[in-house]
Design a protein around this ligand. Structure first.
Ligand code: ADP
Ligand code: MG
Length: 697
C-alpha cells in the first residue's frame, strides 16, 4: 500500500476548516462549518465572533487590510481595500466587525449594471459568501484578507457572476431532490462539481511591451505565421523547458497555499501554450478558484519576465486556448453521472443522462451564448477547437444504450437490441482517456460531462449557471411526468415496481426520440458535420452577435425567471452588458489596428520603399544595370502595398466612424492580410515577429 503524505502548506492561506477550528470556539466553529459543508443557513449571531477570529488569523499572516472580493460583470475580479486600522480614543487599533464581514458597500457605481443602477442610486453592496473561504493575498511587503462575496444592487438584483451561479445551484438542488424522492431516496445533499482545465500562453515581456495590440487587446492583430508553428506536433506533452517548469512550480506553490488543488501541468498544442488543471471541487468554490488561478498565472509570469496571455486566440494560425469545464452532479456524495453497477443505479444514471440530453438539445442556444464573446469568436470553429454547433458526444457504448432505449420494447417481451430500464445492466463504460473524442463541444467522459466550448478567459460561472438551470428544468419536467404516472411512492428504497420502471422507460424513450438529434459521435471538426447539423435543425450561431439573440427570446426569459436565476430585468441588463462589452472590445481592436497600421507599419513601409526607390534611381542615374530588376520589383511591391494599406486605413476609419462592428471586423481582416504580406518585405519591421514571440526558451 502506498503511504500518502499530508501536504503541510496546503490551504495555509485560507480560512478553511482547520483555521476555523483553531481560531473559533467549538460551538461557533460547528455552526460555521455546517453552513460551509452542508449548505445550512448562516446564523447571523456568529458573525461578530467569526470576524474577530478571521482578523486574528489574517494578522498572524501579516495582513493589515481586508477586502470584499467579488466578480462584477466585467468578467474579472474586483476588490476595494480597507485597513483594519481605526483610531479609537486617540489610539490606533486594528478592528474588524461582524458587519464589516457580512456586508460591504463599495461605491461601485462604475461597474457595468446594464441599466439596473442609474448613478443616483449607485450603491451596490457585497454580501459574504461563507461557502468560499476567505484567503490571503500576499504582495511583496504585505498581505490582504480577501473575503469572497456576492455583489448586488440595493434592490437585491444581481450585479455579478456569483449570485446567479448560486441561484442555479439551488434550482438544480430542488429539482434533483424532487426526482430522487420519486426514486425513494432519502433527502440528501446535492453537490455540483467542476474541474476547470486552464489553457494559456506565455510570452516574453520584452516582446509584449513592443506590441500595442497585445497590451490593448490581449491578442496579436497583425503577425505573419512563422516558418515553424505547430506542424511538427512536437510541443504537445513535450519536455517542459526549465524556465517554464520553474514558473509552473511557483504558480502551484501559491495555488496550494490558497487551497487550490493544482494537479496537472503540460505543454499544449501550440508553441508557448500550456495547461494547468486542478482536481475538481464543489462548483462555486471551483469557479472562484479558477479566477484566482488566472490571477496567480498572471502575477507569477511577471516574476519570470513573462506575460501570461489568457486570450482565446493570441496568435492566428495556431491553436487557441480554451477552458474545459468538467461538470457533474452528486446526491448524498454519490456521483449521478457514474453509471453504477446495478439496474437501480443504472436507472437513475439514465434518467439524469436523458435529462441532460434533453436540456442541451432544447437550450443549445443558451449554452452557445454562455461562451460567446469577442475573444472566443476567433476560436470556436477554428483549428483544434470545438465548432460553434453544440452537440453531445457519448462514446460508442453509451450512444448504443441511448439508441436501444429510444427504440424501446414493443408489445410482449423484449425485442432484440432493446433495453429495459430497471432490469438490464449497463455495460461497463470506458473511462480511458484514449477513447475520448476531442472534437465535441460537450462530451461525456466516463463520469462527467466536459463542456469544451468555454474560452480560456471566461469566468466559469456563466456557462455553469446555464448548464445548471437547463438541467434543473429537464429534471423537473421528467420528475413531474414520473409523479403523474402514479407509479411512484409504492417503492421501498432499492426496489421499484415494474410499473414504475415502465413509466420511466416511456418517459425517457419519448424524450430521447425528440432530443437525441443533438448526439453526435463523429468528428466535430469535419466540414460535413456542419451540413449534417443543419439538416438536424441544430442551431449554429457563428458569432457573438448571433449568439446574443438567445438572451432576448421569450422562452429563455421565462426559463430563467421560472427557476429564479434571473429576473426579466436582470437578464435584460446582462444582455445589454454583453452587447456593449462585445462592441467595445471590437472597437478597441479596430482603433488599435488603425493606430498600429498608421503609426508603425505605414512609416516602416514608407522607409523601405524610399530606400529601394532611391537605390533604384541612383542605379539608373549611374547606368548600373545589375540589381535594378530586383529593386524595381521591390519598389512596385512596396508601393502598391503602401497604396493598399493607405486605402485600408481609410476604410477602417470609416467603419469606426460609422460604429459598424461587422465593417470594422472586415476592414481589420483585409488590413491584416496586407500588413502580414508586407512583413517579409521590410527589413526593419516595427513589431516583434511570431517566430520571436512563440519560442521563448
Ligand atoms: P483531460 O485533459 O484528459 O480532459 P485533465 O486531467 O486535464 O483531463 O482534466 C480533467 C478534469 O476533470 C480534472 O480537473 C478533474 O479533476 C476533473 N474531473 C474528474 N472527475 C470529475 C467529476 N466527477 N466532476 C467534475 N470534474 C471532474
Ligand atoms: Mg487536459
Amino acid at each position: 500500500m502506498e503511504e500518502a503524505k499530508k501536504v503541510t502548506d496546503f490551504g495555509s492561506d485560507i480560512f478553511g476548516a482547520e483555521a476555523i477550528r483553531q481560531y473559533l470556539s467549538k460551538d461557533t466553529a460547528k455552526k460555521l462549518l455546517s453552513t460551509i459543508e452542508k449548505g445550512e443557513k448562516l446564523d447571523p449571531s456568529i458573525a461578530g465572533e467569526v470576524a474577530h477570529a478571521m482578523k486574528h488569523w489574517a494578522m498572524d499572516r501579516g495582513a493589515t487590510h481586508y477586502t470584499h472580493w467579488f466578480l462584477p460583470m466585467t468578467g474579472s475580479t474586483a476588490e476595494k481595500h480597507d485597513s483594519f486600522l481605526e483610531i479609537k480614543d486617540g489610539e490606533p487599533m486594528m478592528t474588524f466587525s461582524g458587519k464589516n464581514l457580512i456586508v460591504g458597500e463599495p461605491d461601485a457605481s462604475s461597474f457595468p449594471s446594464g441599466g439596473i443602477r442609474s448613478t443616483f442610486e449607485a450603491r451596490g453592496y457585497t454580501a459574504w459568501d461563507p461557502t468560499s473561504p476567505a484567503f490571503i493575498k500576499r504582495h511583496g511587503n504585505g498581505a490582504t484578507l480577501c473575503i469572497p462575496t456576492a455583489f448586488c444592487a440595493y434592490t437585491g438584483e444581481a450585479l455579478d457572476k456569483k449570485t446567479p451561479l448560486l441561484r442555479s445551484m439551488q434550482a438544480l438542488d430542488k429539482s434533483l431532490k424532487h426526482l430522487m424522492g420519486l426514486f425513494a431516496k432519502a433527502p440528501a445533499h446535492v453537490g455540483c462539481t467542476l474541474g476547470a482545465e486552464q489553457e494559456y500562453f506565455l510570452v516574453d515581456k520584452k516582446y509584449w511591451e513592443q506590441r500595442p495590440d497585445l497590451i490593448m487587446t490581449g491578442r496579436t492583430l497583425f503577425g505573419a505565421p512563422s516558418a515553424k508553428g505547430q506542424q511538427l506536433e512536437d510541443h504537445y506533452f513535450g519536455t517542459i523547458p526549465n524556465r517554464i517548469l520553474s514558473f509552473m512550480n511557483d504558480v502551484e506553490k501559491e495555488l496550494w497555499r490558497l487551497g487550490i488543488p493544482a494537479k496537472t501541468r503540460h505543454n499544449e498544442v501550440a508553441p508557448a501554450q500550456f495547461e494547468l488543471a486542478p482536481q475538481f471541487e464543489e462548483l462555486n468554490l471551483a469557479s472562484d478558484h479558477n479566477m484566482l488561478v488566472m490571477d496567480v498565472l498572471r502575477n507569477v509570469a511577471e516574476k519570470y519576465g513573462m506575460k501570461c496571455l489568457l486570450h482565446e486566440k493570441p496568435y492566428a494560425g495556431v491553436n487557441g486556448s480554451g477552458k474545459h469545464n468538467n461538470w457533474s452532479v452528486s446526491y448524498g456524495g454519490k456521483n449521478l453521472l457514474d453509471p453504477g453497477t446495478n439496474p437501480s443505479d443504472n436507472a437513475i444514471f439514465l434518467t439524469v443522462l436523458t435529462a441532460i440530453i434533453e436540456a442541451v438539445d432544447k437550450h443549445a442556444d443558451l449554452l452557445r451564448v454562455s461562451v460567446a464573446g469577442a475573444g472566443n469568436d476567433h476560436r470556436l470553429g477554428a483549428n483544434e477547437a470545438p465548432p460553434a454547433v453544440i452537440s453531445i458526444y457519448l462514446g460508442d457504448q453509451l450512444a448504443e444504450v441511448v439508441e436501444r432505449i429510444e427504440k424501446g420494447t414493443s408489445g410482449k417481451g423484449k425485442k432484440a437490441g432493446s433495453l429495459s430500464i430497471g432490469v438490464d445492466i449497463l455495460p461497463a463504460l470506458p473511462k480511458d482517456a484514449t477513447d475520448r473524442n476531442r472534437t465535441s463541444p460537450f462530451a461525456f467522459t466516463g463520469n462527467k460531462f466536459e463542456f469544451r466550448a468555454p474560452g480560456s478567459s471566461v469566468c466559469c460561472s456563466g456557462p455553469m449557471t446555464v448548464l445548471n438551470t437547463i438541467v434543473a428544468e429537464s429534471i423537473e419536467r421528467i420528475a413531474c411526468e414520473l409523479e403523474a404516472s402514479g407509479t411512484c411512492g409504492k417503492a421501498k428504497p432499492g426496489e421499484h415496481t415494474t410499473a414504475f420502471h415502465k413509466a420511466l422507460q416511456n418517459i425517457l424513450q419519448t424524450s430521447l426520440k425528440e432530443h437525441s438529434r443533438v448526439v453526435f459521435n463523429g468528428n466535430g471538426y469535419d466540414a460535413d458535420w456542419l451540413a449534417e447539423a443543419a439538416k438536424r435543425g441544430l442551431p449554429n450561431a457563428a458569432n457573438t452577435t448571433e449568439a446574443l439573440k438567445a438572451l432576448t427570446k421569450k422562452e429563455n426569459i421565462a426559463l430563467f425567471k421560472k427557476y429564479g436565476v434571473f429576473s426579466d430585468r436582470e437578464l435584460k441588463s446582462r444582455h445589454e452588458i454583453f452587447v456593449e462589452d462585445y462592441e467595445t472590445r471590437v472597437r478597441i481592436e479596430g482603433v488599435c489596428a488603425r493606430d498600429i497600421a498608421s503609426e508603425m507599419i505605414l512609416p516602416a513601409v514608407k522607409k523601405e520603399y524610399a530606400s529601394s526607390l532611391a537605390a533604384f534611381a541612383q542605379a539608373e542615374t549611374l547606368g548600373v544595370a545589375a540589381g535594378t530588376a530586383a529593386l524595381k520589383a521591390d519598389v512596385t511591391t512596396l508601393g502598391s502595398g503602401l497604396d493598399k494599406l493607405g486605402s485600408e486605413i481609410a476604410a477602417l476609419d470609416a467603419a469606426l466612424d460609422a460604429h459598424d462592428n461587422a465593417a470594422i471586423i472586415d476592414a481589420m481582416a483585409a488590413m491584416r492580410s496586407t500588413v502580414d504580406s508586407l512583413e517579409h518585405k521590410v527589413a526593419a519591421w516595427p513589431l516583434p515577429k511570431y517566430r520571436e514571440m512563440l519560442f521563448l526558451y
